[in-house]
Design a binder for this molecule. Structure first.
Ligand code: ADP
Ligand code: ADP
Length: 226
């Protein structure tokens, strides 16, 4: 079954910009899917529309076989990591990561487990008691990723999730994301500018232009020179 099924999806902003334009896309359960394309082609808007943070103007969105086109954000079973992290400044790293579990009233033990598992996987174990202001950009980015993973959503939407990491950390984060895909069967859609990253992570790649998908295939298909 498709984890994400988009049919005739359009998102038009109030100013008339048609950021997503009559787009059809089907993403398999457990797939690692990359969105590539020039700045302004609609990648972020597409992710935000799937998450329910932007309202679609027409078309339908199904997640795991259920129509969520009119479902509120928070009830769609997706976790999104934004480019600007949006951490809670007054909470520690551990509290930020565990926040989605606290909202769900998970046990203290479950909150601690989530914080320690995801922080270990992302190299944050030493930073659990710090606050966001005491972290570098790359560290904040990893906390945001850890928090999204802790939501235990079936679908993870990532907007340039590794853009602020140095080469070594990026490699570690990639390995961790691939492990989550393998072990949890997580479906991941991620936006990147980095072709090497798409090659390293993606099962399939869509190249967008002007709100549409211009190319779709495996990394080999997409990067093969004609
Ligand atoms: P990308 O992520 O590929 O850079 P975006 O989804 O951010 O593309 O933007 C797609 C188009 O929508 C661009 O033309 C952009 O200027 C426009 N856009 C993005 N956000 C808004 C908004 N809040 N209001 C109006 N237009 C927007
Ligand atoms: P509030 O504004 O009520 O304090 P939040 O802004 O923290 O709540 O979150 C609103 C809803 O969005 C909640 O249901 C929360 O679980 C969900 N949410 C928060 N962060 C994310 C995220 N990164 N991705 C997806 N959903 C999120």
């Amino acid at each position: 079954m498709a984890a994400i099924e988009l049919t005739g999806l359009s998102t038009v902003y109030p100013n008339g910009v048609r950021a997503v334009d009559d787009l059809d896309l089907s993403i398999d359960d457990g797939e690692f899917f990359a969105l590539l394309g020039p700045s302004g082609c609609g990648k972020t808007t597409l992710l935000r529309t799937i998450a329910g943070l932007e309202r679609s103007s027409s078309g339908t969105i199904s997640l795991g076989g259920g129509d969520v086109t009119r479902t509120d954000v928070g009830k769609r079973g997706v976790a999104m990591v934004f480019q600007d992290y949006a951490l809670f400044p007054h909470m520690t790293v551990a509290q930020n990561i565990a926040y989605p579990l606290r909202v769900r009233r998970a046990s203290k033990q479950a909150q601690q487990d989530a914080a320690s598992t995801t922080s270990a996987g992302l190299g944050l174990a030493e930073l659990l008691e710090r606050r966001p202001a005491q972290l570098s950009g790359g560290q904040q980015q990893r906390v945001a990723l850890a928090r999204a993973i802790a939501m235990e959503a079936q679908v993870l939407l990532l907007d340039e999730p590794l853009s602020n990491l140095d080469a070594r950390l990026r490699l570690e984060a990639r390995t961790f994301l691939k492990r989550l895909q393998r072990e949890l069967g997580l479906t991941t859609v991620f936006v990147t500018h980095d072709q090497a990253e798409a090659l390293a992570l993606a099962d399939r790649i869509a190249v967008m232009a002007d709100g549409r998908i211009r190319q779709l295939g495996t990394p080999k298909d997409v990067f093969q020179r004609p």
